[in-house]
Design a protein around this ligand. Structure first.
Ligand code: HAS
Ligand code: CU
Length: 570
């Protein structure tokens, strides 16, 4: 293991070893990545069992069968969503953001803040695992009111959010210290994107913090007996949509700033990348109502405004497809690809780090287009609450984001351990089983959803499924089985790398220390972009909250504890 002592003076630029890691870096980044993989291990295993449980053929064949450990469908589904979507992602994003920021800026992340942030998030993880495991938090990852969970669930969420704020503050400090020492220089694109992500995160989490601190936590502690579900949903989705870009941006950091080198070429345009990231900042906040199209408490005008802006927020992803696609084409042509489509075959199809990211892109094409279908108000009315929606987000979050994070893990984990990846072949098999499994699962869920199969429902034994739904739900379970194999391959490789790999590690992560000098400097005027974002938030969200807040008729819904059989009346 190549450990190097950390320098004493935190303000001096650090020279990182090319292949090894500084001791402080190894620990701080390592605990986040390991915690992320730990959280994922709970969530990832629940997924396939959900698909079996929703497949009539499976339930008929094994009527006595239960989901392992968790017998209650909503308990397992909560574990799946909370661990995968909230904890795996946040730990991974914080750890990866630290790694990229430190290395790119050659400056340390403040260690005290980094460890305080980690401790908060880790205690949060423990509390939530307790609440879900003991069957006291069956409220799913969206924890909509008036459903109520045990206080430890909400305290765990608060700790996760506060920890991530401290982490964000540590990243901002490193950025501004670098800026002070490099006046007039462009920050590297990767750090530019991480800044965007952290700014967006600090703003959007305010919504969910209000929801938890003012509405849900006091109720679960027994101080509040009634609520207004509509206000709760508006506050949640103020946060919930930017959340999906909080997951996506680190994957884009890899696609824009690492993949071009890993694929053997260079990025087509740094400036275009910066514009795409800024658009994600400005336009991800004023679109959350596209999750509330079916809600009666939001006016058609607000829904219309958010529809238009939702189509706008897809543009940076189209720009990404062209920018990253052109970079991949360039890399392939350099290696001899000919003809209009030859470049597709000349990618490094034997390198799991590259293939994981390309697999993520293949799934994201499906995820992006299904997102545009969701964004249409009229189509959404037909699809909302059906299995189509989980199909969409397993192509985006379960596809582009997770596979890219896995691709990053395939070089970052060996780097942290100081040993090569246990098996490249197993990693390739894992990636392809993930892509194929996710496609079968997504196609099954999407088609069942179009036929009317609901989401978030224990479907295997219900009497109202027609033949189409039954067929495609069974097909989803085949996808689930392939994904179970993929998950096992992933964890065998992780444990193998940590415990059994003996091969030396020799991978140099592609990190740039400067931004493209041709990219316009005004793109880094954060005050301007934050101002525009706040202005758009005001236009898009003020009417929604005014419409939702009704102190005469609102706030009179009794809370409901889904672990108990009947609603709790005040
Ligand atoms: Fe979404 C619901 C609309 C993107 C996640 N979304 C969800 C939910 C989640 C989620 C978790 O408008 C469910 C929440 C819940 O539980 O209720 N979504 C969109 C739109 C986009 C979009 C318009 N979503 C995402 C991303 C997510 C995500 C990203 C996670 C990471 N979504 C919606 C709407 C709903 C919704 C409605 C509410 C539905 C309802 O009724 O509840 C867009 O931003 C997508 C743009 C993406 C593209 C694709 C670009 C393709 C690329 C790949 C390039 C390929 C190349 C080829 C270069 C246009 C960049 C490579 C070459 C090779 C050789 C491979
Ligand atoms: Cu959204």
């Amino acid at each position: 293991m190549q450990a190097v002592q950390s320098p004493q003076r935190s303000s001096a630029p650090i020279v990182f070893p090319r292949v090894g890691m500084l001791t402080s870096e190894r620990w701080l980044v390592g605990v986040h990545i390991i915690s992320a993989l730990f959280a994922l291990s709970f969530g990832i295993l629940m997924g396939p069992f959900q698909t079996f449980r929703r497949a009539p053929a499976f339930v008929q064949a094994f009527p006595e069968w239960q989901i392992p450990v968790f017998s209650y469908y909503y308990q397992a589904l909560t574990m799946h969503g909370v661990m995968n979507a909230l904890f795996f992602t946040t730990f991974f994003i914080v750890g990866f953001s630290y790694f990229v920021t430190q290395r790119s800026l050659q400056r340390p992340i403040n260690q005290t803040m980094g460890w305080i942030a980690f401790a908060l998030m880790f205690v949060g993880l423990g509390l939530i695992l307790y609440a879900i495991w003991t069957n006291q938090a069956n409220v799913l990852y969206t924890f909509y009111s008036p459903m109520l969970a045990h206080p430890t669930f909400y305290i765990g969420l608060v700790l996760l959010a506060v920890g991530s704020w401290v982490a964000g503050a540590a990243i901002f400090m490193a950025y501004f210290a670098w800026k002070k020492e490099h006046p007039g220089e462009r920050v590297p694109l990767a750090v530019f994107a991480i800044m965007v992500n952290q700014i967006m995160w600090q703003i959007c989490t305010i919504g969910v913090a209000i929801e938890i601190l003012v509405m849900l936590l006091p109720a679960s502690l027994g101080f509040l007996f009634v609520t207004d579900p509509q206000v709760g949903r508006a506050l949640f989705w103020f946060f919930g949509h930017p959340l999906v870009y909080f997951w996506l941006i680190p994957a884009y950091v890899s696609w824009y700033t690492m993949l071009p080198t890993q694929a053997g070429g260079k990025l087509f345009s740094d400036s275009l990348g910066r514009v795409a990231f800024l658009m994600l900042l400005v336009f991800s906040l004023p679109v959350g109502v596209h999750h509330l199209y079916a809600d009666p408490g939001v006016s058609a005008v607000s829904k219309g405004i958010h529809t238009v802006l939702t189509f706008v927020v897809a543009i940076p992803s189209f720009m990404t497809a062209f920018n990253v696609g052109a970079s991949l084409e360039y890399a392939a042509r350099k290696r001899g690809a000919r003809g209009p489509l030859g470049w597709l075959f000349y990618q490094k199809w034997g390198d799991p780090v590259v293939v994981a990211q390309l697999g993520g892109m293949i799934l994201f094409i499906m995820g992006g287009f299904s997102g545009l279908i969701n964004a249409s108000l009229t189509l959404n009315i037909a699809l909302h609450n059906t299995a189509w929606i989980p199909a969409h987000f397993h192509m985006t979050l379960g596809g582009a984001v997770t596979l890219t994070y896995i691709g990053i893990t395939y070089w970052l984990l060996p780097m942290l351990r100081g040993r090569a990846l246990f098996s490249d072949k197993m990693a390739l098999a894992q990636v392809w089983t993930w892509v194929v499994g996710m496609l079968i699962f997504g196609h099954g869920m999407g088609t069942a959803g179009i036929a009317g199969a609901p989401r978030r429902t224990d479907l295997g034994a219900v009497p109202y499924l027609n033949d189409t739904m039954t067929f495609w739900l069974n097909s989803s379970a085949i996808g689930g089985l392939v994904l179970l194999i993929s998950s096992i391959l992933l964890y065998v490789n992780i444990v193998g790398t940590l415990a059994f790999s003996t091969k030396p590690y020799a991978y140099e992560p592609p990190i740039a220390h400067r931004g493209d000098p041709n990219s316009p400097l005004w793109l880094e005027r954060w005050g301007l972009w934050i101002g525009i974002t706040l202005f758009l938030i005001l236009i898009a969200w003020a009417p929604v909250f005014v419409e939702s807040l009704n102190f005469v008729d609102g706030f009179n819904a009794p809370f409901f504890n889904p672990a108990r059989p009947s609603p709790i009346t005040p």
